[in-house]
Each structure stands twice: as C-alpha cells, then as structure tokens.
Design a protein around this ligand. Structure first.
Ligand code: ADP
Ligand code: AMP
Length: 220
C-alpha cells in the first residue's frame, strides 16, 4: 500500500503517520523530518533549505524531487510507503507520478486531513517537538512530564516555524501552492477526505476504516 497524507500544516499528519506506521508497518517518509535532519547535520541540502524553512516557505521543487526520488529507491519502500509533507506542489506531484511509473508503482490512496484555520493556529502554536521525532501539544496532547518526551525523555522544543509570523506564512503558502493538490488527486479518484477536527484516536479509527479497503484489495 502506497499512501500520501495531505493536509495543511498542523492538520495532524505526523501524529497519524506515527500510528499508521506502527499499525501497518509502513515506512513513514516525512520530507520535513528529512530536511530538519539535514539542517542538524549541516549537509549541503540542509544549508540550502534552512532559510526557506525558518520563514515558512517551501524549499525549491528540484531539491525535494531529488530527495524523494532517492528516498523512494530504498529497499524499505518496496512493500509500500507513506508520504507525509510530499508532494506540496503540482510539479512535485507530477514528478512523483513519473518516478513511480518508472518503477511500476502507483499511489493507492491520498488521505486529505481537513481542519479549519483557527484550530490549525492553536495546534501549531502549542506544538512541542522532540529530536527523536515525537510531537506533543501543550494542551491537546501533553507529555506526562512538562517539556520532556514520553518516548525518549529528551527535552522538548518549539520549532522555529511554529512561531506566529511563520505560521501565518505557512498557511498562506499551503493555500496557494498545496491546496490545488486536493483537486489534482480528486480527479484521479484516489482522494479520501478525513475530518481532522476530531480526537487523535477517533481520526485514526476513521483512517483505519479507509485503509482496510485498500489492504483487502492488496491481498486479493
Ligand atoms: P502536521 O504533521 O500535519 O503538521 P502534527 O501531527 O505535528 O501536524 O500536529 C500538530 C499539533 O497538533 C501537534 O502538537 C499535535 O500534538 C496536535 N494534534 C495532532 N492531532 C490533533 C488532534 N486531532 N486534536 C488536537 N491536537 C492534535
Ligand atoms: P513539515 O515538517 O512538513 O511541516 O515541513 C516543514 C518545512 O519543510 C516546510 O514549511 C517547508 O519549508 C519544508 N518542506 C517540507 N516538505 C516540503 C516539500 N515537499 N516541498 C517544499 N518544502 C518542503
């Protein structure tokens, strides 16, 4: 099963991806996580991406297309994968289709997690991250101990792009550059919209229902 998690920043893609990864053993490919890792390791890609990311802008398509082509060629993607944060533009989606066609693969489902702007702003401004990749929220999904990761006990931090100026920029960028992908995948008849305003566990139940249909098709 090859799936894409689509939705605005703060919709809960990363939160649901962790649950899907555990339940379905699908590799979770978050381009945001890969770029942040490159920034931490001071790689050429990290240096190029850093200023775009801190302003809440998109990193240029050509860098992302090379990154995703390389990541999808890894062995762990042979039996399926889950993309989180890619594609974010139509050229990225077109490139993905070409990459997959070349290797005889296709996207089975695009889960579009829908949440309104007010809720997104609350979620992003209260988000706290851990270096291990876990994400929490100061009110909605708080760690057992304040500012300490439940999983690895690391110290939680706020992402630079979760500060107010970057949040409003990211929501505008989403509307202009990423939202058109909803129509793009709807026309291909693989889009499934999920109400992302519910509780984390309720949303996961809904996602499982949708993915069960594809899982059954896969094993037929
Ligand atoms: P995305 O990956 O789409 O940017 P995240 O999964 O990081 O979003 O979620 C953004 C923030 O909202 C995090 O702090 C997370 O803990 C919180 N969150 C995620 N899903 C929900 C939900 N259904 N209800 C309330 N808060 C949520
Ligand atoms: P995320 O962790 O998905 O919220 O992504 C954080 C930031 O990484 C985005 O605001 C962009 O600057 C950059 N980024 C992640 N994925 C992409 C992508 N597919 N295209 C362009 N920029 C991206």
């Amino acid at each position: 099963m090859n799936i894409i998690l689509l939705g605005p920043p703060g919709a809960g893609k990363g939160t649901q991806a962790k649950k899907i990864q555990e339940y379905y053993s699908l590799p979770h490919i978050s381009t945001g996580d890969i770029l942040r890792e490159n920034i931490n390791n001071n790689t050429g890609l990290g240096i190029k991406a850093k200023s775009y990311m801190s302003r809440g802008e998109l990193v240029p398509d050509e860098l992302l297309i090379t990154l995703i082509k390389d990541r999808l060629s890894k062995k762990d993607c042979d039996e399926g994968f889950m993309l989180d944060g890619y594609p974010r533009t139509i050229p990225q989606a077109d490139a993905l289709q070409m990459i997959l066609t070349e290797s005889g693969k296709k996207i089975d489902a695009v889960l579009n997690i829908s949440v309104d702007d007010n809720e997104l702003i609350k979620r992003l401004s209260g988000r706290r991250m851990c270096k291990c990749g876990a994400s929490f929220h100061v009110l909605f999904n708080s760690p057992e101990k304040e500012d300490v990761c439940d999983a690895c006990k690391g110290k939680l931090y706020q992402r630079e792009d979760d500060k107010p100026e970057a949040i409003s920029n990211r929501l505008n960028v989403y509307k202009k550059q990423t939202q058109p992908l909803i129509d793009y995948y709807d026309k291909k008849k693989i889009l499934r919209t999920i109400d992302g305003s519910k509780d984390i566990s309720q949303i996961f139940e809904e996602i499982k229902k949708v993915l069960e249909e594809y899982d059954k098709k896969d094993t037929k």
